[in-house]
Design a protein around this ligand. Structure first.
Ligand code: FE
Length: 196
């Protein structure tokens, strides 16, 4: 049985960048529903008892396991997404090793922000933008719906949810504004750097 993760901050702590109303729905309803659906789908099956990551890898691309994959991946994706945000100013300070890795892979911190925004904005419809680590350094990718780096055998460092439910209450159709606000005001770069 999976349970909804505890948020590492209060639901009103990300104000004014992300409202408690958004957290109520996004964490309290959407994320909770993925957890509940996943539990219903795996109870009594051979997937029961496996880790989230194992379920994701085992069900990816399996037509008859698509619902399990979608819910398991969305639980994983949201778990990472919430951990990548913080209200704490100290955690928003980018560690030097991450800064150096971003400069090495993208040329400058500014170029990283620009590229990330470009990729996240251009994800057509529901999906995610990711900073991942590979053997050549850091890379930005986007995925559709629930698909994620775990399914693709890649290592995610940072997840940004660009489904409409992520920003519509606070930013309506302005996905680009939401991306800017998150990148510059909400990311827990200390946490992102721990997986570097
Ligand atoms: Fe979401």
């Amino acid at each position: 049985m999976f349970t909804l993760m505890q948020l590492p901050y209060e639901k009103n702590a990300l104000h004014p960048y992300m409202s408690d109303k958004t957290l109520d729905f996004h964490y309290g309803k959407h994320h909770q529903t993925y957890v509940d659906n996943l539990n219903k789908l795996i109870t009594g099956t051979d997937l029961d008892g496996l880790s989230l990551e194992d379920i994701i890898v085992k069900t990816y691309g399996e037509i008859d396991k698509q619902a399990v994959f979608n819910n398991a991946a969305q639980v994983f994706n949201h778990n990472l997404f919430w951990q990548c945000l913080t209200p704490n100013q100290e955690e928003k300070v980018m560690p030097e090793n991450l800064k150096a890795a971003l400069v090495g892979s993208f040329g400058s911190q500014e170029e990283f922000y620009n590229k990330f925004k470009e990729v996240a904005t251009s994800q057509f419809g529901s999906g995610w933008a990711w900073l991942i680590k590979n053997e050549n350094g850091l890379e930005i990718i986007k995925t559709s719906n629930a698909e994620n780096p775990i399914a693709l055998k890649l290592q995610p460092l940072f997840a940004l949810d660009v489904w409409e439910h992520s920003y519509y209450l606070d930013y309506q159709n302005r996905r680009g504004d939401f991306i800017d606000v998150v990148l510059h005001n909400l990311v827990n770069w200390q946490f992102v750097a721990t997986n570097l």
